[in-house]
Design a protein around this ligand. Structure first.
Ligand code: PEP
Ligand code: MG
Length: 612
């Protein structure tokens, strides 16, 4: 027998190795790996069909009670998490608790027990079946874009509760992170949200996992905790042993295993500069969004789901410039009625403490889809070109009860603070007029019933998302009390390039002069008609682009809360004359590349007052 035979088992190799994963939570860390393995539950006999249903039911109910108790203990820890982590995990725990209650999941598992299945097998099959249903709803196209992200999350929730039940059925313990050394980089095959909630961010330098994705609950929670994190770094576990040194860059997704002394020294410089940057962004929160030449702009936040609200407060945003109300219609089988909607808007408006909240009535159609709406026969009916079919205001005017309910709920909540109402996807004056008539009628009806609503009614504005709306902005602005430019859709419709299709991604360029000319027309129309104009598409969160938009005449921007500090930093360094000069050049440019190069060059010359 050869004694020199090489072992096939992969061993951590010597020397520096670079891996790429999904960047999830920015920040650079350097430290030793602490691998947290999870004990695996024993294998389950999936084929058994001769179990005693009564016995298995009792086992299931015990496992459910244990799971509920564990979730209760996690809930007690919530107060230790940062505010946005509390919201994220709090609402997730609520979802889990509902699943463990008298839910469809429980009914499904119990039905399988009646067939003589082992409780573990019934749980695994049922949770997997529900997860598969989320990812590929039968008879409907697979979810796309944001819906696909939501579907993956929901599928993950079913699988997670299934794993918890199986652990409790088999008595397999959970891993604990309390014994990890201070300053360690937590390495794991995967990390579930409930695990992430147990991490003490003051003791863990970073998190890297072999599996996972950037949009799940775990990712959101790690961001809330402010822990640098990279998920889905494939090949990680084969490279890392106990006390292997790592450099983790949560902004780029790079993980360096066994960094050379040069790499380690460079990483230490980055760690220090990241700490300085965080301090600087924190300072910016309290500073005004004022150009170096003195003009003050408005920076607001876009809100997709109420759980993001604490992030808005932390960002220093002056109100909500776009509340996408689509979340009300997601992950639900029933349409939200007036009272439910009011109950959701009210705390959002109150939380903004006098800063305005712009609520956009639901924008369905195109790539977005809703179970609740499909169930009542509303939605994109399989049109060949859904983006050009019935969406946004077109859909709402065809289903007026939907619009009336939403208007009424917003008006009822409007006593709590300043509100604005925004109509999506308007392309014709008559759409705006028809919606305004409904708005006024709903207002009159509420007053007749003695409901206290603002007088005059809150401003009613429109999204400028189609070339038609931008070209007619001067006419529309006579009837709309404010204009919000949605550069995401405006770019798509102007350049005839789908915003979610990867094969035309190179054509989809919001900095193309064709789009910028329409932004200019809209800003001019707003100025002439004295109507506020904002940009609330993704372009507003690009610190390079915002000075150009200022030069085009826009004074108000709404973006994801996390972008507010960086955009403010760019604004505070820019001067109005330069912004205007860039705008003139951009409007004459031949393509987006030329514009981008000009913006990058300008950004390079700027001195940032806060950076010192
Ligand atoms: C836009 O189109 O730019 C916009 C803000 O709306 P949404 O992204 O929700 O379509
Ligand atoms: Mg849009």
């Amino acid at each position: 027998m050869k004694t020199t035979e090489r072992r096939p088992k992969q061993r951590p190799r010597a020397g520096e190795v670079r891996l790429e994963g999904q960047p999830v939570s920015s920040g650079v860390a350097i430290g030793y790996a602490a691998v947290a393995h999870e004990p695996a539950p024993p294998p389950v006999d999936m084929a058994r069909g001769d179990c005693d249903p009564a016995h298995e039911r009792t086992r299931l109910h015990d496992a459910i009670s244990r799971s509920v108790a564990q979730l209760g203990r996690l809930h007690d820890r919530l107060a230790l998490l940062p505010e946005d982590g509390q919201v994220e995990i709090g609402s997730l725990l609520e979802v889990y608790r509902r699943m463990l209650g008298p839910s469809r999941l429980r009914r499904g598992i119990e039905a399988r027990l009646e067939q003589g299945m082992l409780a573990e097998a019934a749980v695994m099959q049922e949770t997997e079946a529900l997860a598969a249903l989320m990812l590929a709803p039968p008879g409907r196209p697979a979810p796309q874009g944001e819906d696909a992200v939501a579907a993956r999350r929901r599928a993950g929730e079913f699988r997670e509760i299934g794993r918890r039940l199986v652990r409790n059925l088999s008595g397999t313990p959970y891993r604990s992170f309390s014994a990890l050394p201070d300053g360690a980089i937590l390495v794991a095959e995967q990390l579930r949200p409930a695990d992430a909630a147990l991490i003490d961010p003051s003791r863990i330098a970073a998190v890297v996992t072999e599996e996972g994705g950037s949009t799940g609950h775990t990712a959101i929670l790690l961001r809330a905790l402010g822990i640098p994190a990279v998920l889905a770094a494939h090949g990680l576990l084969a490279q890392v042993g106990r006390r292997t040194r790592l450099v983790v860059d949560g902004a780029t997704g790079r993980v360096i295993v066994r960094p050379s002394s040069r790499t380690a020294a460079a990483a230490r410089v980055e760690v220090a500069s990241y700490a300085r940057e965080r301090q600087m962004l924190g300072r910016l929160r309290r500073l005004p969004a004022r150009l170096s030449s003195g003009e003050v702009l408005t920076l607001q936040a876009n809100l997709e789901i109420p759980a993001e609200l604490p992030m808005v407060a932390q960002s220093g945003a002056a109100g909500i410039g776009l509340l996408r109300s689509e979340f009300l219609f997601m992950n639900t089988d029933t349409l939200p009625d007036e009272a439910l909607q009011e109950a959701i808007y009210l705390p959002l408006i109150e939380a903004m403490a006098g800063d305005p909240v712009t609520i956009r009535v639901v924008d369905w159609g195109s790539e977005k889809n809703s179970d609740a709406l499909s169930r009542v026969g509303i939605g994109n009916g399989g049109d060949a070109n859904p983006a050009l079919a019935v969406r946004g205001i077109r859909l709402l005017l065809q289903h007026r009860a939907l619009l009336e309910t939403q208007f009424a709920a917003i008006l009822r909540a409007a006593h709590a603070g300043p509100v604005r109402v925004l109509l999506p996807m308007v392309s014709l004056l008559e759409e705006l007029q028809a919606a305004r008539e409904i708005y006024a009628r709903v207002g009159r009806r509420l007053r007749r019933r003695g409901v206290k609503i603002p007088d005059p009614l809150p401003p009613l504005g429109i999204m400028i998302e189609t070339p038609a709306a931008a070209l007619m902005a001067d006419v529309l602005a006579q009837e709309a009390e404010f204009l919000a430019i949605g550069t995401n859709d405006l770019t798509m419709y102007t350049l005839a390039a789908d915003r979610v299709a990867t094969d035309v991604a190179a054509l989809y360029d919001p900095l193309h002069p064709a789009v910028l000319r329409l932004v200019r027309m809209t800003a001019d129309a707003g100025l002439r008609q004295r109507r506020p104009v904002s940009v609330c598409g993704e372009l507003a969160s690009d610190p390079l682009a915002v000075p150009l938009l200022v030069g085009l005449g826009v004074r108000s921007f709404s973006m994801h809360a996390s972008a507010v500090p960086r955009v403010k930093r760019a604004i505070r360094a820019a001067a109005m004359d330069d912004c205007r000069r860039m705008a003139c050049r951009a409007l004459e440019a031949t393509d987006g590349q030329e514009v981008r190069a000009m913006l990058a060059q300008y950004a390079h010359t700027l001195q940032h007052p806060e950076d010192g």
